[in-house]
Write a protein that binds this ligand. Structure first.
Ligand SMILES: [Cu+2]
Length: 470
């Protein structure tokens, strides 16, 4: 990659993309060393040691791409390539991404920075990078065929523009998009304000992640790229609960969370215990008069949202997508609802043939959290995770905001479970249970049926009889 011959080949391909800008060939004496990340862990903020100072972000289960300054220009090197991404302990996916991970590294720059990004393609097909939300010269917008030719396998292209407005952005291919995004190619981009901006508050914690989704059959490794709606893995930065790190903050920190949606559906993102405001989108900071308190904000496809709040309630607060199927891992959606169905007789007959058979859903699906039926290799249970009080029964797009008095400023380490003050946890009632009072309706049906003499159908309610059913 760094040999002179490769560089010259890359530089030849570059000319088309930068012909109209003022990049001097001399300035690009060599490509910046590509930097790769092997771990799926949340990396500490990358404090800038060159260029203008700023308060860096923390990418959930991700990292920020280091850069080099070259005659006042910030140079980055992205390598599009196949990667193996651990989605959660026990499950790895064969994806496409950048610099060793999917999503790719976060790019952080400062408003007014001149940015040069080298993009090397190590995929088996052509690609390009679109810089979602940026003001830039048309030839840098990255739409294959429209703004540039595709970057063929083995080639390197150069993008160069000034990061004109501060905000929350992302990057992704604009070449065979369906395949490349279904395979995990995307990354976050943050442009920090260069000076105090009346619409951008200072925060103590600044997190970011992308919403993405995959369809990977249990027991397999590669996403099905033709899937349009029925995805089975709902991910934050290509991670599923319990593989998504918690967001660890200090009590009374002002917290910003930046979220972008590159799935095929909307995600109502919900935070417990606090109200937040949407302070910006990929279109820029929200005017202060247009902000209102929320506990859930819907993020539509292709949108980005920046939420902010003061973390002034100690505890372990759930933070998740509110679509209940998006907080589950791979499952079959063709399972019928079995609540109230007594299959004791049937189960006995089946277990004679298939000893591991387990009936699903007779008392609801919570049993799945402690399911003992063997799973295929490389598969995370549909509902899983252990909290201090037992199974959390979640999957997919779920994490926890941990607010602690003793979390040190700038420290992102995961603290132990919250220790609740005595008497502040919901508890079991052991007193007597009065008969329910039956409410008598006062109004009647305003438009009764013409023939009210229908036969009443008898419905049998089977009440659960404890956990020893089968
Ligand atoms: Cu969702």
């Amino acid at each position: 990659m760094n040999s002179r011959r490769n560089f010259l080949r890359g530089a030849g391909a570059v000319t088309a993309a930068v012909a109209v800008t003022t990049v001097s060939r001399v300035a690009m004496a060599a490509l910046p060393e590509p930097i790769s990340q092997a771990l799926p862990d949340t990396m500490p903020p990358l404090v800038p040691n060159t260029g203008r100072p700023y308060n860096p972000v923390v990418t959930l289960n991700g990292w920020t791409l280091p850069w080099r300054m070259n005659q006042g220009i910030k140079e980055f090197h992205l390598v599009a390539e196949p990667v193996v991404r651990e989605m959660a302990p026990g499950m790895k996916a064969h994806l496409w991404g950048y610099n060793g991970q999917s999503p790719g590294p976060t790019i952080e720059v400062v408003e007014g920075d001149r940015v040069r990004i080298f993009v090397t393609n190590k995929l088996p097909e052509h690609t390009s990078v679109h810089w979602h939300g940026q003001r830039l010269p048309n030839g840098m917008d990255g739409v294959t065929g429209l703004n540039q030719p595709g970057i063929e396998p083995g080639k390197t292209f150069v993008y160069e523009f000034v990061a004109r407005r501060p905000g929350t952005f992302m990057y992704h291919p604009h070449a065979d998009e369906m395949t490349q995004m279904a395979m995990g190619m995307m990354g976050f981009w943050v442009t920090h304000p260069k000076e105090k901006n009346p619409l951008i508050d200072e925060v103590q914690r600044d997190f970011c992640f992308l919403l993405n989704a995959y369809d990977i059959d249990p027991g397999s490794y590669t996403p099905k790229i033709m899937t349009m709606l029925d995805f089975n893995l709902w991910t934050w930065n290509s991670r599923i609960f319990p593989g998504i790190d918690s967001l660890n903050v200090r009590l009374n920190d002002k917290v910003r969370i930046r979220i972008g949606n590159l799935t095929m559906t909307n995600h109502p993102i919900h935070l417990h215990g606090h109200e937040f405001q949407v302070t910006g989108t990929d279109g820029g900071p929200t005017p202060k008069g247009g902000r209102w308190p929320e506990v859930t904000t819907d993020i539509a496809v292709g949108q980005m949202r920046q939420i902010e709040f003061v973390a002034d309630e100690e505890g372990d607060w759930a933070f998740h997508c509110h679509k209940s199927h998006h907080t589950m891992n791979a499952m079959g959606h063709d399972v019928p609802t079995m609540i109230g169905v007594d299959h004791r007789g049937v189960t006995k007959k089946i277990t004679n043939l298939i000893p591991d058979y387990m009936v699903m859903g007779e008392r609801g699906m919570a049993d799945m959290g402690e399911m003992e039926m063997p799973l295929p290799d490389n598969t995370v249970p549909m509902m899983t995770g252990q909290g201090p009080f037992g199974g959390v029964e979640m999957g997919g797009m779920f994490s926890v905001l941990k607010v602690r008095k003793d979390q040190k400023p700038g420290n992102y380490k995961n603290p132990d479970w919250y220790k609740h003050p005595p008497g502040s946890v919901a508890f079991e009632w052991n007193g007597s249970m009065p008969e329910p009072a039956r409410f008598k309706a006062e109004s009647g049906q305003s438009m009764p049926q013409a023939t009210p003499s229908q036969k009443e159908i008898e419905v049998q309610i089977r009440k659960p009889s404890g956990h020893s059913g089968h």
